[in-house]
Design a protein around this ligand. Structure first.
Ligand SMILES: Cc1ncc(COP(=O)(O)O)c(C=O)c1O
Length: 395
């Protein structure tokens, strides 16, 4: 018989009899092998299985493969995916896995401010040059790719944060693959329910799952998805493993639970945002509304072509600029002032002082992110409550 101290320290047999209905949280850092031969086979890839949770964890893997299934729904594509510990680490893993010093990346100036800041950091410290252009102008992208073989990756965000500018994904993916370069997209604003970039020809998709995929604002996580499983394993998965960018099983589980209501939430986010944007666009105190669902939005037709509906994100400007914007935000009572998006309740953010604070002010302004711009992540509440609050604040 083993001693008391040993009994106390050892694992107890798993009491599981029947299969749990809900995916369990596998809170374990490592996995037992039946014998050392099995360990050798799993590590070498001869046998499938788990070894160490930085390499792969069943809860995180179930979440990632469900997202890959949603991104490829309706096709026979078998995409690979991995959860990461934030949306930023998904972008970091993607770029560092695909590019090396001396390579260039082509992107747009009007994306999430943290991404712009990360790219600037990568160009300073790693020698990856970032080339900016309007990715909506396919002919210019064609010329750039033809003239510069060092551009290895084209990175886009559509709809973009916070201007909601949209890019024709299929046209961009087609010119990129014509020149044999990789394309990657941040699909955070749309989610796979509204937009499926892999099916439009893009090679890699990333998400901040912190946002709409989770929907409840209770975890920070990200995901990278790729359509070539072998390439994915050698590049993305390997970099995730080596940089320790793996997602904790608990955070992944929260995303997994949240995703069950994704279509219901996205439909309601979209109909509420359309109502809010059509009301604001006709208000005398409002000088500009950015929502791709509005026919007046410059990219409305592009968005209509590639999106099922237009999502919950919008932004607007008031007459009177920054001072009026600050006064209006301070008058909000129902909507929350919180620096995130994609939760079930309505969230307001001031990009110039938060998400885009570290973007050069001139770049920001040229990208349409004025100092007075207010971003709304329209929630799934009764839309009249959202409108009542916004209207009393801007009036
Ligand atoms: C479009 C977009 N991508 C990526 C990120 C980064 O995600 P995370 O905060 O999960 O690292 C954000 C964060 O706001 C975002 O808005």
């Amino acid at each position: 018989m083993i001693r008391f101290e040993s009994l106390s320290a050892r694992e107890w047999p798993d009491p599981k009899t029947t299969t749990p209905h809900i995916l369990p949280i596998y809170a374990t850092s490592s996995y037992d092998f039946e014998d050392i031969g099995q360990g050798i086979d799993i590590f070498s890839g001869k046998e499938s299985g788990h070894t160490y949770s930085r390499y792969g964890n069943p809860t995180a893997e179930a979440t990632a493969s469900k997202i890959a299934a949603l991104e490829t729904y309706g096709s026979s594509m078998k995409a690979a995916a991995v959860m990461t510990n934030s949306g930023m680490s998904a972008i970091h893993v993607l770029v560092s896995a695909l590019l090396k010093s001396g390579d260039k990346m082509l992107t747009q100036p009007n994306i999430y401010g943290g991404t712009t800041e990360l790219f600037r950091q990568m160009s300073k410290s790693w020698g990856i040059e970032i080339v900016y252009t309007d990715l909506g102008k396919t002919e210019e992208v064609d010329i750039l790719l033809k003239g510069d073989p060092a551009i290895k990756l084209v990175y886009l965000e559509t709809p973009a944060n916070p201007t909601l500018a949209c890019i024709d994904i299929e046209a961009l993916a087609s010119v990129t693959s014509l020149h044999n370069r990789y394309s990657a997209i941040d699909n955070t604003f749309a989610t796979p329910y509204l937009q499926q970039p892999l099916l439009l020809g893009v090679d890699f998709v990333i998400h901040s799952t912190t946002k709409f995929l989770n929907g409840h604002g209770n975890s920070i996580a990200g995901v990278v998805i790729g359509k070539d499983a072998e390439l994915f394993k050698q590049t993305i998965w390997n970099t995730m493993k080596l940089t320790g960018a793996n997602c904790s099983p608990f955070e992944a589980w929260l995303v997994y639970q949240g995703m069950k209501t994704l279509p219901l939430r996205m439909d309601k986010h979209s109909s509420n945002a359309l109502l809010v944007s059509t009301t604001l666009v006709n208000h005398p105190n409002v000088s500009r509304v950015n929502y791709p669902g509005l026919e007046s939005h410059p990219d409305h037709l592009v968005a209509k072509k590639q999106m099922r509906a237009f999502g919950g994100m919008m932004s607007f400007e008031l007459n009177g600029g920054i001072d009026t914007a600050i006064k209006a935000m301070n008058k909000l009572r129902f909507c929350s002032l919180a620096p995130t998006l994609g939760d079930v309740d309505t969230l307001i953010l001031h990009p110039a002082s938060s998400s885009h604070l570290k973007v050069d002010p001139e770049v920001r302004r040229n990208a349409g992110i004025s100092d007075g711009l207010i971003r709304i992540s329209v929630g799934i509440e009764d839309p009249q409550d959202i409108l009542d609050d916004l209207l009393q604040a801007i009036e």
